[in-house]
Design a protein around this ligand. Structure first.
Ligand code: ADP
Ligand code: TYD
Length: 199
């Protein structure tokens, strides 16, 4: 199975992706934990161009091309080979992030996102968990974490609110694939919701 976690910055999705991968490995299912942008050597190099620097460093179109290039490398080098040998993938973000960030919140590029996806990526996760949380709570969690990878967080609370609405709208578009998980409460509580939604 190919599983992705999505949500706004600081929603707790990296924490939950890690926990789910650990739980799956513990029950004997070989599971690779990976992330976007990144996940393969080339994509990790592209990642630095994307997550560091000022909020307006790239135009939305250039940004989308860079994210898509990173995703293509990630799929070619890591995701596809792993799925082909029967391993499971848990990824912290995938194409839904482009649909919402570049397709909706940064600019109105949804059509371009879908066309590039169809032409160059072509696969969708079997299951996607959106960790849903109030942007004010998420922003506080993200800022507590610190570090240099804050280019999107510097775009502010209004931007995060737009993202949240975008993720929820996407879930309504693809109810067969996407499950919305309440991100409030402790890490354990959220992890239990994810496991319940997987089985
Ligand atoms: P994301 O990947 O969505 O940005 P993270 O999983 O990195 O989110 O979490 C952001 C911060 O919030 C981290 O410092 C993490 O330890 C903390 N965190 C994650 N889940 C919870 C939770 N349920 N309650 C409180 N803090 C949390
Ligand atoms: P990430 O490291 O997951 O950030 P965070 O832990 O703060 O959620 O991702 C880096 C940023 O890149 C994040 O703000 C979301 C953004 N992003 C896009 O804009 N488009 C994409 O296609 C992807 C994968 C990420």
């Amino acid at each position: 199975m190919f599983i992705s976690f999505e949500g706004i910055d600081g929603s707790g999705k990296s924490t939950q992706a890690r926990r789910l991968a650990q739980a799956l490995n513990a029950r004997g299912t070989e599971t690779l934990l990976t992330r976007e942008p990144g996940g393969s050597a080339g994509a990790e190099e592209i990642r630095r161009l994307l997550v560091e620097g000022g909020g307006e460093r790239w135009s939305p179109e250039t940004e989308l091309l860079l994210f898509t290039a990173a995703r293509r490398d990630h799929v070619e080098r890591l995701i596809r080979p792993a799925l082909e040998r029967g391993a499971w993938i848990v990824t912290d973000r995938f194409a839904d992030s482009s649909r919402v960030y570049q397709g909706l919140a940064r600019a109105d590029l949804r059509q371009l996102v879908e066309e590039l996806h169809r032409l160059t990526i072509g696969i969708e996760p079997d299951r996607t968990f959106i960790i849903d949380i109030d942007p004010a709570v998420a922003l506080a969690r993200g800022q507590a974490r610190g570090g240099a990878e804050d280019r999107f967080e510097t775009l502010g609370l209004g931007f995060q609110q737009k993202l949240r609405a975008g993720f929820l709208a996407l879930a309504a578009e693809a109810p067969g694939r996407i499950r919305v998980i309440d991100g409030r409460g402790s890490e354990d509580e959220v992890a239990a919701r994810v496991l319940a939604a997987l089985t």
